[in-house]
Every structure is written in structure tokens, then in C-alpha cells.
Write a protein that binds this ligand. Sequence first.
Ligand SMILES: Nc1ncnc2c1ncn2[C@@H]1O[C@H](COP(=O)(O)OP(=O)(O)O)[C@@H](O)[C@H]1O
Ligand SMILES: O=C(CO)[C@@H](O)[C@@H](O)COP(=O)(O)O
Length: 545
Amino acid sequence: MASYFIGVDVGTGSARAGVFDLNGRMVGQASRAIEIYRPQADFVEQSSDNIWQAVCNAVRDAINQSDINPIQVKGLGFDATCSLVVLDKEGKPLTISPSGRSEQNIIVWMDHRAITQAERINALHHRVLDYVGGIISPEMQTPKLLWLKQHMPNTWANAGYYFDLPDFLTWRATGDDTRSLCSTVCKWTYMGHEDKWDASYFRQIGLEDLLEHDAAKIGRYVKTMGEPLGHGLSARAASEMGLIPGTAVSVSIIDAHAGTLGTLGASGVSGEVADFDRRVALIGGTSTGHMAISKEPRFIGGVWGPYYSAVLPEYWLNEGGQSATGALIDHVIQSHPCYETLLTQAKSQGQTIYEVLNALLRKMAGEPEDIAFLTRDMHILPYFHGNRSPRANPTLTGAITGLKLSRTPEDMALQYLATIQAIALGTRHIIETMNQSGYTIDTIMASGGGTKNPIFVQEHANATGCAMLLPEESEAMLLGGAMMGTIAAGVFDTFPEAMSAMSRIGKTVTPQTNRIKQYYDRKYRVFHEMYQDHMKYRQLMQEDA
Ligand SMILES: Nc1ncnc2c1ncn2[C@@H]1O[C@H](COP(=O)(O)OP(=O)(O)O)[C@@H](O)[C@H]1O
Ligand SMILES: O=C(CO)[C@@H](O)[C@@H](O)COP(=O)(O)O
């Protein structure tokens, strides 16, 4: 009987499961929506019970769809967004919300309630900040924990566990509360290269209580991805998922990092080999992550990391990112007066709204090579949810120039295109910054929901001048999770082995023409000027105050 491996991926909008064979071919897949609450501006919350239920249902559906016997499943790997889960001492959900509802027990990664706490931490210039790009982000866990301590003393007093969402999932699956090196290094300031928490940091920021009892609440045991947890799947979780108790479960990973496992080492039919200095993995979902790895630590201001062994053992990860990309595209189109009309049209044609907008752009341009030029007079500064990299400023905001008194579908298509182009220019800015610090990136290994969109992919190639390599298996996060399951089950010994057996390049998209390159060079200048103008406005208004 053939063996199969399951990857579970919890993104911002849904929980997904995929069943894979040892060649990395997916034989079954399912997805379930998850709830999201926004009780006030900058607050974004979820429920760990709701997410666990969605995970179990997705796993059951994926197995049914794949038509395999659960006994053939030999290993599982979980990935998820790096959101903060809070449980009481019995392991029950504990509120983190102004609503007071215990179901709302997750502060989602994109929540910006802790901007003040992050600023306070940054003012201390502690050495752990050297390992997060020089500036801690309110999207990371220690500012959020500080916010909780200051604003929700009851929750603070009653909390028994603080988990990164991926680690919550493996704890719920196995009963083992070991934490992942990926989450703890990337989001919790664990010093992976020294294999310890830095007590002086926790003391300085006022969270020294978290290190009591061997840091039991935030991570007493920290292990590398691929290591098996406890005795595998517990009887309870196995019955919830329709699997066999004892099935191997790997230490978890963050979603973008699983996408990196699923793509960064992929080989190609034309003999492409993985040169990690030249490759960046781009995971385009609600946000976008830009992941590059090196043998030596590279300290790049405004780019998260260097993170030791956060994706591949003994490699340092530099993680660039944009906090709102898919979320920004959706925000711009959903805010347009033509949204409902185009959505109805898309549904009646059995298409997505992106397909309808892409078709409209093709019609407006005449030739596919002319699409980029449609926005000569429309430019967007894409910092609607701050800038994660390389400016590392969560307080920045967005801007659009070139608006008219127009409310036509064509006008909506232009705003949609200009948004994609601005996001692509943000990626160019991040790659340029990485290339000033030792990388020679000219190849983007692309995955995530945004890369289902051919215009998103083509405009990223045009704006950056890089080749976009799309994996044969588009669900790269699920594949990365399944790879971890193969290692936990002892099928492969190392990630490079699993990567070369299970991931392949499917398609390459290259920049279109030299004329488009020159056009994007000009748009890139506008992109920078818009930021400078934005800062000038701020300065002017501060003088006014
Ligand atoms: N079929 C599609 N065509 C174009 N864009 C898509 C498609 N599906 C998803 N997207 C884009 O991808 C984003 C979500 O990506 P996804 O990887 O599913 O998200 P997450 O992992 O954050 O839950 C959406 O906001 C949307 O912009
Ligand atoms: O911070 C990170 C990754 O390190 C977040 O952007 C990430 O977890 C959110 O992922 P999605 O955009 O939902 O795929």
C-alpha cells in the first residue's frame, strides 16, 4: 500500500488540508472558511475552537476526496499564520478581546493594537532587535503580550498557555506543547543560534514573568521542524480528523515558511538548480512574504531576521514582507461602486472577479504587452496597513493619485491594476534592499493565492526584472506541511532530500519587453516620490500642531 502525507495550512481566511504522495502529487484537497472579528480599528481577532473545527473538517474532506484509506496516512505537518493564541491553565480559550468573549482568544498576526508597545520596545535598542531587522513589529508576539499585560490584567493572571497558532495546532493534535524553532525565532525573539530565551530582554521590557518555570507558558521545549512530536496524533484528535492514533506529527511551521519549503529548493525540467543567493520565495496571500536564505547571517535593516534555522536547519533566513497585498487588492475592488455589478457578472459566468477584471484589462489594452501602460496616470502607494519591509513603519498609510469623477468598470479595472503594480514595486524595493546586502536575487519562486492571478504574476516579473518560477504544485504551503510529515515519519532524513523528491518548477514567467522595463523604472521613481511626499505632509502637519 502506498503511503500518503497530509499538509494542513491555516491562512488568514481559511483552513486547508492536502493529501500528498511521496512524489509531491496532491491526491485530495479541501478548504473551510474561518471566522474573523474586527471589534475596532486595528484589532483583528479569531477563535482557536473555530479554527480547530475547520482544520478537522478540512482533513476529513481531503481524505474523502482522495479516496485513500486513513491507515495509509503516515505523517502530518501543520502550518498557520503567526497569530497569538491564549488559553487558560486548563487549556480553554481565554479572551483577548475588548468584547470580553472567550471565543475571541486569538490576536491575529495583522492586528496592530500593540504599535505603542512596539515603539517602547524599539526605544530600548536591545540586542535581540538585531535579529528582527533592527526594529520589532507590532505584528510580532512580545509587543502583543505587553499589550495584554497592560490592558487585560484578568487574562494575564489566568493565562496558562501563550501559543503561536501553528504550535497551538500541534499541541491540540498531540498533547505535546513543544514549540517550533520557526515561530519562536521569528516571532517571539528566541535566540535560535544560542538555543535560549534572552532573559535580559524580557526583564527590560517588563515581561520577565513569562520566563518563570522554565518559560512554561511561552515555550519550555523548542525543536526543529520535521522532528516528531510526542506519541503522534492523540486518540482524541485522530477521531476528530478521521485518522489513526499515533500517526506521526511534525513540529509546526509558520505558513509563509511552509510555502518556502514547498518552493525554494524546487528543481526544474530545464535543469534549473537551487542557488539560494539568487532565489527568493514569494508567498502572496492576504500578505506577501519574501524569504531568502544564506549560510552566513545577513543583517539587513528593515528586513526581518536574520533568523537561525527558521526554515532550513543551519541556514539563516531573511524575511521581507508586505502586510497587506491580497487584502489590499480586495479592499480596493470591494470599495469601488461597480464591485457588486462585476461580482454578479463574474458569478453568472462561473468566473472569479479577478478573471472578469483581467479580461476587461486585456480588452482595454488591445495587446497583452500594453496592459502595464494603462496606468500611466494612476499611481498607488500601497502602505494601507503600514510598511513591513524595508521601511519597517507600521504607521504609514496609503495614497492614490489620478482619480477622476468616474465610476465605470474600466475605472475599477485601472485601480485594480495600479494596486497590483504598486504591490509589485514594493517587492522590487525589498529585493533591491536584499541585493544590497549580499544576495544576487534574479529569480522569484512564487506561490500563494495571489499567484493564481496571471496579471499579478506578469506584473511582478515586469516590475522586478526577475523570472517568476511557479511550482508544479500550486498549493505550496500544503506541500511544505506534507514534507514535514515525511520527515517526522522517517521517510526522508533531511529537507533538501524531501524538497528534491517532492517539489518541481511548473512554469516560468519572464519580463515582457524593454519598453515595459523603462516604464516600470519611471513608475518606481514615482513610488519613491509618493513616499517622500507622504513624509512631507506629515512633517507639515506636525509643524501645524
Ligand atoms: N483565483 C484567484 N485569482 C486571483 N487572485 C486570487 C485567487 N484566489 C485568491 N486570490 C488572491 O489571494 C488572496 C488570498 O490568498 P490565500 O493564499 O488564499 O490567503 P491566506 O493564506 O492569507 O488565507 C486574496 O486576497 C486574493 O487577492
Ligand atoms: O508574518 C507573517 C509571516 O511571517 C504573516 O504575513 C503570515 O503569517 C500571514 O499569512 P497570509 O498572508 O495569511 O498567508
